[in-house]
Write a protein that binds this ligand. Structure first.
Ligand SMILES: O=C(O)CCC(=O)C(=O)O
Length: 299
């Protein structure tokens, strides 16, 4: 028997926010945070409440911020050191910032990040957070969608959860940044990506991880970077990973954001997957991303 899908209440009045305004946005996660100007140096108390909002809601949205790259780096660093972003050329003069751009001339039905993933889960220490700011948005489309991986785990049967708890996933960048993918990246006109044999390396992470800050358990596999299950045959891995990929990204677990200029999303990669929609042919979409370091996933 599976349990029913009941989104977890995100916060309660005993823990009201005092420094910022936090309004729940989606049923499966997401909150809009207001009452704060991220271009300023933030008090520790404000930073602590933003972190709390991220932990409670998994992804938070700030409207109308318009940060410079330097300000975005300063904001990100309040939540931890910079996480390396191999293969992607950073923005000139801003080594901690990458551009996520789709040019108006690109007509392919996919874009950077359009397969479900948790950012760079192939690293030994995958990032905690990503901060994405909209610099140029299409008149329609171009949304980002996140899927709540606490719900993905909690809605599986006890038997399936028990089996998954004993398993480890094999993560690799090979299908994203292996040399044979260079042709695909060359289609992304506004980005400079260099594929390499380094992408063939593998990392083992638990299929079910315990979030280091909330202590809650969630699924930690994704379509883009989880290439196998440790100690399983290929056909067994594929069967299980296909099931988990479909289960973990079902609509009931998702929250979707339609971008406006100056919006910022700050999300927790440890308990979310996400993807970008490529449904705005003929228009340019331009974002900048900073990435906050995380730690080695543990059971
Ligand atoms: O452009 C987006 O909406 C998301 C980009 C993405 O997937 C990423 O930065 O990891």
């Amino acid at each position: 028997m599976t349990t029913s899908i009941i989104p977890v209440p995100a916060s309660n009045s005993e823990n009201a926010y005092e420094q910022i305004v936090v309004e729940r946005y989606g049923g499966a996660g997401g909150a809009i945070v207001s009452g704060v100007d991220l271009s300023h140096d933030l008090d520790d108390a404000v930073v602590a409440e933003i972190r709390r909002a991220v932990l409670e809601h998994h992804v938070v949205f700030f409207r109308g911020q318009s940060l410079t790259p330097v300000q975005q780096v300063a904001f990100s660093r309040r939540f931890g050191p910079y996480s390396p972003v191999p293969f992607i050329e950073p923005v000139a003069d801003h080594p901690e910032v990458i551009a996520v751009v789709r040019d108006a001339s690109e007509h392919q039905p996919f874009t950077f990040g359009s397969l479900w993933h948790s950012d760079f889960s192939f690293l030994e220490e995958p990032p905690f957070g990503s901060v994405l700011q909209a610099l140029q948005v299409p008149p329609y489309g171009g949304d980002t969608i996140w899927a709540n991986q606490y719900l993905a785990l909690e809605t599986l049967s006890a038997g399936m959860q028990e089996m998954l708890t004993g398993l480890n996933g094999v993560h690799s960048a090979r299908d994203g940044y292996g040399p044979e993918m260079q042709g695909v990246h060359n289609m992304f006109k506004g980005m400079s990506v260099t594929t390499s044999d380094d992408a063939l390396a593998e990392q083992i992470h638990p299929v079910v991880r315990t979030h280091p800050e909330t202590g809650r358990r969630c699924l930690f596999v994704n379509r883009q970077y989880t290439v196998g299950i440790d100690r399983m045959r290929d056909n067994e891995s594929k069967f299980l990973l296909d099931f988990l990929a479909n289960h973990s990204t079902q609509a009931a677990f998702t929250v979707r954001w339609h971008w406006q200029l100056g919006d910022i999303a700050f999300w927790d990669n440890r308990c979310l997957q996400h993807l970008a929609m490529a449904d705005f042919v003929g228009y340019r979409r331009s974002m900048i991303r900073t990435t906050v370091a995380g730690d080695k996933p543990r059971k």
